[in-house]
Design a binder for this molecule. Structure first.
Ligand code: PRT
Ligand code: ZN
Length: 295
């Protein structure tokens, strides 16, 4: 395999994963200059470049060694990993965006009890490998109809009795009079790589990237809560903190009965939660967004 000093990451060119992926890289402190044809992004600070491609091509590009890392939905990774040419591509990190599920849905009027209800049915999907594996696990014999897109209209066209497609809000299913009945796979964007990571100059860049991704994803959505209180109130305040974080309690100079408390809360802190914390005895409450963390 060709020796390269710069790390190359395959990223979806335009689609649901593109914006959140660029946002993550930006939070990791990586800046890029786009090539004229828009297919390549040259890293300006770190030796990390991007190749912008269709998401379906990403596992193959990594398996061939054209790219070292990539960002794809777990649905694409697992669907492709059956192909021998893509062997050994695996997930390094869950990235927390692009969440959806691969689900089976049937027309509203169709009776459904459990997986056995699908016996003999024609199921339309763009994920034939994932669907076939699921059917085998359920011990159900059904016909898999592979379609490249517009899977949700297949039952109305009479070309399928059920579908297996990605669902996020469920609005697409509802608009097509379909009812979700089974989850085949829970998915989110994942950082993928070949099983054997490069051992040359690129390994430092991989380490840097993973450390920064962890620093961003670990605290994403977290809030730092700062407040003052009488020392007697600390237990009641701690009990009122959502997500049960372990607060740090600091004494305040010249005020022996008073403390300053800080806590990293895993989620958004709403007004009701803050008011409950205040009723437990807190004063001077501040809620701060947390951008990154380094242990
Ligand atoms: O051009 P390219 O091949 O790169 O893009 P693409 O069209 O194959 O992919 P894209 O951008 O649509 O999706 C990329 C990835 O986003 C998917 O592989 C999933 O991992 C993830 N993702 C998250 C989704 C959805 N949510 C999603 N809702 N991918 C597709 N959908 C579609 C779904 O197929 C259905 O048509 O949205 C519809 C359902 O959405 P709801 O909200 O109505 O349920
Ligand atoms: Zn695609």
């Amino acid at each position: 395999m060709m020796q390269r000093e710069r790390l190359r990451i395959a990223v979806q060119k335009s689609g649901r994963l593109s914006d959140p992926c660029f946002d993550l890289l930006d939070r990791c402190g990586l800046r890029f200059r786009r090539s004229r044809d828009g297919l390549f992004c040259f890293g300006e600070g770190e030796p990390i470049d991007l190749l912008l491609v269709r998401d379906d091509d990403i596992p193959g590009l990594i398996a061939q060694g054209v790219c070292d890392l990539g960002v794809v939905g777990r649905n694409v990774l697992v669907e492709c990993s059956g192909a021998e040419a893509n062997g050994g591509v695996c997930a390094l990190r869950d990235l927390g965006f692009g969440r959806c599920r691969l689900a089976i849905a049937v027309p509203d009027g169709r009776e459904y009890v459990d997986a056995a209800s699908l016996a003999g049915a024609r199921i339309a999907t763009s994920y034939p490998n994932l669907l076939r594996d699921w059917l085998v696990r359920q011990g159900v014999a059904a016909e898999v109809v592979t379609l490249a897109g517009s899977v949700e209209i297949a039952p109305r066209l009479g070309t399928a009795d059920a579908i297996c497609d990605l669902v996020q809000s469920g609005a697409t299913l509802a608009a097509n009079q379909l009812r979700e009945v089974e989850t085949v796979l829970e998915s989110e964007a994942v950082l993928v790589a070949a099983a054997a990571l490069p051992a040359d100059g690129r390994s430092d860049a991989i380490e840097l990237l993973l450390r920064r991704i962890d620093g961003v994803t670990r605290v994403r959505g977290s809030r730092l809560l700062l407040l003052q209180a009488a020392r007697d109130c600390v237990d009641a305040i701690t009990a009122a903190l959502p997500g049960a974080p372990r607060p740090t309690v600091l004494s305040m100079d010249g005020q022996p009965g008073q403390v300053m408390l800080q806590a990293l809360c895993p989620d958004e802190l709403g007004w009701r939660q803050l008011e409950a914390i205040q009723r437990a005895g807190a004063r001077e409450l501040f809620v701060l967004p947390v951008e990154r963390a380094l242990a």
